[in-house]
Design a protein around this ligand. Structure first.
Ligand code: HEM
Length: 421
């Protein structure tokens, strides 16, 4: 019976480049279906908006994959860097989830996020200066030179990772995230070991001399409110959740705007539309096309489809956000949409804690980039763009984005970035 299951993931290049018609065809057959993952494990994929929203907010569908592994080791594959670093809020249920999320939330209160804006602006300006140094007609890589380093530096600021250490740590995370799926090659194991050792040292250093950063806040809560394993896991998860996601959003959004020049012109004419545009770009480009894995602890019925206990559940946010039952003309990018929130940042108790930070980073990134280079264009054929992450399901982003930025504007039109020249 299981042999008749269709495979989910293990994308052919054509599907990975544009998964949305594949999502639509599968969703039209049934919004909830049993599939086989590329690693051979079975799972239930949830494609319809209503079923996805329910699955993300149903207490009978657990995020504790380690417990699931003990209950039924056959359903889930373990990932790097192993269980030692897996005890973070996205991998546990209440009451542990409530406790861990509350501790980290202190760093994400609106006033603290807003206070990061000048630092984010200064990072974007520095990165654009570096790209501009190549000259107005030069081809530059917007992923490696802008979309990726920006959120990594920001999460480094927030956590209190010394600037000198960030390139080393960033390189390890890059290796780890591109090898996320399947059997880890030796370089991924090395990167994982490097990250583990580095985060241990960082925590030791903050124990000796604490400051005003998130690592110090968490170290102060250690023992009373969280274990060392939870502390290290939390740091690991924040770095992972905090950079590749936002980098993918920036890259995907640039491509979507270049594909839709009318929408880009509307933004350039009225930059006040950026916040709404960012949410529409998340809906349309799916930087996080699937939520992380979940598992049923009891029988659950989603959109009329019964799922037994101990089954892996994969919510396809990229499909739910293009469900025509929820979003009229879902395949149209429209920054003036007023259809209400989408599921791009998830839903329920695991709703993205970093959403306000991601929105701020994206807004500043676009204000600075489009303000300086409103005429930027692709330097390669649209079809030559390469989408990253192997068979990984959780992220959708570009390996590189070669663009010609064009002349730098002396007068910056969007946002209060530094004038150039
Ligand atoms: C465009 C950028 C981002 C997108 C699209 C995104 C998306 C998501 C999604 C879909 C979830 C829920 C996953 C699930 O339920 O399985 C999530 C959770 C989370 N995200 Fe984000 N994220 C982004 C940026 C960030 C940033 C910048 C941070 C922090 C610096 C962050 C921190 C978190 C955390 C801590 C969770 C777990 C929340 C919990 O379990 O209670 N994210 N994110």
């Amino acid at each position: 019976m299981t042999d008749t299951l269709s495979t989910w993931g293990g994308w052919e290049p054509a599907i990975r480049d544009d998964p949305f018609s594949h999502f639509a065809e599968t969703r039209a057959r049934c919004p909830v279906q049993r599939v086989r993952l590329a690693d051979g494990h079975p799972a239930w994929v949830v494609l319809g908006y209503n079923a996805a929203r329910q699955a993300l907010n149903d207490a009978r569908i657990s995020k504790d994959m380690l417990a699931a592994l003990e209950d039924n080791g056959d359903i889930v594959a373990e990932g790097l860097p192993g269980p030692e670093f897996s005890r973070h809020m996205l991998n546990v249920d209440p009451p542990d989830h409530t406790r861990l999320r509350r501790l980290v939330s202190r760093a994400f209160v609106p006033s603290r996020i807003a206070a990061l804006e000048p630092a984010i602006r200064s990072i974007t300006d520095d990165l654009l200066d570096e790209l501009d140094a190549a000259g107005p007609g030069a081809t530059v890589d917007l992923i490696q030179g802008y979309a990726h380093p920006l959120p990594f530096r920001v999460i480094g600021e927030l956590l209190g990772i010394p600037a000198a250490d960030r390139p080393r740590l960033h390189a390890w995370f890059q290796v780890l995230l591109t090898c996320w799926a399947g059997d880890p090659p030796s370089e991924a194991v090395e990167a994982s070991d490097g990250i583990v050792a580095y985060l241990r040292e960082l925590v030791d250093a903050k124990r000796q001399s604490p400051s005003d950063d998130l690592v110090s806040v968490l170290v102060a809560a250690e023992d009373d409110a969280l274990t060392t394993q939870e502390l290290l896991s939390t740091l690991f998860q924040l770095v992972v959740a905090g950079h590749d996601t936002t980098a993918s959003l920036i890259g995907n959004a640039v491509v979507a705007l270049l594909d839709h020049p009318g929408q880009l012109d509307a933004l350039l004419a009225d930059p006040g539309r950026l916040p709404a545009a960012i949410d529409e770009l998340i809906r349309f480009t799916a930087p996080v096309p699937h939520a992380t894995f979940r598992v049923t602890t009891e029988p659950v019925t989603l959109d009329g489809v019964p799922i037994p206990p101990h089954q892996q559940v994969l919510v396809c946010l990229g499909s739910a956000n293009r469900d025509p039952g929820r979003f009229p003309s879902p395949d149209v990018l429209d920054i003036s949409r007023s259809d209400g929130p989408n599921l791009g940042f998830g839903h329920g108790i695991h709703y993205c804690l970093g959403a306000p930070l991601a929105r701020l980073e994206a807004r500043v990134a676009f204000e600075a980039l489009l303000g300086r280079h409103p005429g930027l264009r692709l330097a390669v054929d649209r079809d030559a763009l390469t989408w990253a992450h192997g068979d990984g399901l959780v992220l959708r982003g570009l390996v590189s984005l070669p663009v010609v930025l064009g002349p730098s504007r002396r007068q910056v039109v969007l946002g209060p970035s530094r004038p150039q020249g």
